[in-house]
Design a protein around this ligand. Structure first.
Ligand code: NAD
Length: 499
């Protein structure tokens, strides 16, 4: 059984608490390993190491920093299958999806390694003669990367890699449900030759270890992915100290199905984006807004398909849908099914935990669809984060867009249509950070900006070039080589004086 210790200043260290917690396979209940329970003192030590390492790391040429990332990408690629299998055991997603999660880390490593030879700033003319003006990107300092369990490889790499290539140092606090993936990732950075202190890992609960990072004066940037409730708290605490705060929060993503849509494609795509990762993706489709002309057909097709999905251990190639992450998640999903029924929605398939045979050992819930949902119902507004789809009937594209935009979240949206006008109106008017045409709401690529509007975040974006805006700040530099005092905005520049 693996024991996952903290990693501070290049050493795997015991937590000051001396305590460890079990890492449990959500499909089987098997204990996979034991993870350190970090403390405030561990955080203080990790931040001190990151602060000390920053002094040198910021001066290492970015192309050299990038070489280490490139090597991390190579190691992830070599170990992709092994890591994916461990991930499936640790958090339950089916193996092909776990491979995809590791692949996002590989993609991000190569992409950000490329940034090491760009990190572009710009030069621009100065308004005075014999003067040079430029804007360059500077690292920010010590970054706290606080991550959820649902993409235990991808999300940490989305934060750590741009942070490091830009010259920051990092203290990483992973979710308590996925310590194994964090351990494997940090080990790979160590093997790739990252100097001590540049990346540190502290395990432990959000309320203690996470909180200590929010409050530590030497942490300059909090990069946080998690729920709206936690994000609001992070923003209040870290924002009050004027730290930079980057938030990626929840979603209540909708797919619009127009009367001219390809319904075979809708059936496949919606099943995938509603029930893939057991609905535990921030971009999962949890609302389906269907034009009245095809409503009955769509409900019927999706219900039939959901009823056939096979639940089980994600390592089994026959499995379509794995378990939920833990008992609390199972209770939350069951709670929302009760809420939906009380609100008068029509339960067309699923609705109960799945407990037949082997399934009784894990946290399985039947893929569930509610029809005749109205936009004001709680199940149409609140993030359930499980295999539950709410279907709403709409009469027009305009109504569908209004319903899509009527929730507090604004992460991902999609439209299925064959009409180019519908597509372009939707692309213009859907108020989400990600928008798909003829594809479900999941499946973002790492070189585009990722994130959402309204309560899904605070305006920053992860991934793509946009990530560099989070992990760098601008410095404007003026070099006056005129040899005299030139006062911008005050001294008039006379063209005839220029020789
Ligand atoms: P969570 O908010 O419970 O936890 C996320 C992380 O924050 C964990 O590491 C947790 O320990 C830590 N944390 C909790 N309280 C904290 C505190 N007071 N101070 C500092 N850290 C604290 O979320 P979760 O259940 O792990 O993840 C699911 C949520 O994440 C869903 O809402 C989902 O939509 C969201 N999510 C968003 C994105 C995105 O990019 N927008 C991606 C994946 C998941």
């Amino acid at each position: 059984m693996t024991v996952y210790r903290n990693y501070i200043n290049g050493r795997w260290t015991e937590p000051r608490s001396g305590r460890y917690v079990d890492n449990v396979n959500p499909a089987t209940g098997e204990v996979l390993g034991r993870a350190a329970v970090g403390t405030e003192e561990d955080v203080a030590e990790a931040v001190a190491a990151a602060k000390a390492a920053f002094a040198r790391w910021r001066k290492v040429p970015a192309p050299r920093r990038a070489e280490i990332l490139y090597r991390v990408g190579e190691l992830l690629r070599e170990r992709k299958e092994e890591l994916a299998r461990k991930m499936t055991q640790e958090m339950g997603k089916v193996l092909p999806e776990a491979r995809g999660d590791v692949q996002e880390g590989i993609d991000m490593a190569y992409y950000m390694a490329g940034e090491g030879r760009r990190l572009l700033g710009y030069t621009t003319p100065a308004e005075m003669p014999d003067k040079f003006a430029m804007a360059v990107r500077e690292p920010i300092g010590v970054v706290a990367a606080i991550t959820p369990w649902n993409f235990p490889m991808a999300i940490p790499t989305w934060k750590i890699m741009p942070a490091l290539v830009a010259g920051n140092t990092v203290v990483f606090k992973p979710a308590t449900d996925t310590p194994w993936m964090a351990y494997e990732l940090v080990r790979i950075f160590e093997e790739a030759g990252l100097p001590p202190g540049v990346l540190n890992l502290v395990y432990g609960p959000g309320e203690t270890v996470g909180e200590a990072l929010l409050r530590h004066p030497d942490v300059h940037l909090i990069s946080f992915t998690g729920s709206v409730e936690s994000g609001r708290h992070v923003n209040q605490v870290a924002g009050a100290q004027l730290k930079r705060v980057h938030l990626e929060l929840g979603g209540k993503n909708a797919v619009i199905v127009m009367d001219d849509a390809d319904l075979d494609l809708v059936e496949q795509a919606v099943t995938w984006s509603a029930f893939g990762t057991t609905g535990q993706r921030c971009t999962a489709t949890s609302r389906l807004l269907v034009h009245e002309a095809v409503y009955d057909q769509v409900v019927e097709r999706l219900a039939a398909r959901a009823a056939k999905l096979r639940l089980g251990n994600g390592l089994d190639p026959q499995t379509d849908v794995g378990p939920l992450i833990n008992g609390r998640a199972l209770e939350k999903v069951a709670y929302y099914v009760d809420v939906g029924q009380e609100e008068g929605a029509r339960l067309v398939v699923g609705g109960r935990p799945a407990t037949e045979g082997e399934l009784a050992r894990g946290f399985f819930f039947q893929p569930t669809i509610f029809a005749d949902v109205t936009p004001d119902m709680r199940i149409a507004n609140e993030e359930i984060f499980g295999p539950v789809l709410a279907i709403i009937k709409v009469r027009s594209l305009e109504e569908a867009i209004a319903v899509n935009n009527g929730v507090q979240y604004g992460l991902s949206s999609a439209i299925f249509t064959r009409d180019v006008r519908n597509a372009f109106v939707a692309m213009r008017d859907l108020a989400t950070g990600i928008c798909y045409v003829n594809h479900g709401t999941i499946g973002a690529e790492i070189h585009l900006p990722f994130g959402g509007m309204r309560a899904t975040g605070n305006g920053h974006r992860e991934a793509g070039l946009a990530a560099l805006e989070v992990y760098t700040e601008w410095k404007a530099i003026y070099v006056d080589f005129s040899g005299r005092l030139q006062r911008a905005q005050i001294d008039e520049v006379k063209i005839e004086d220029i020789g």
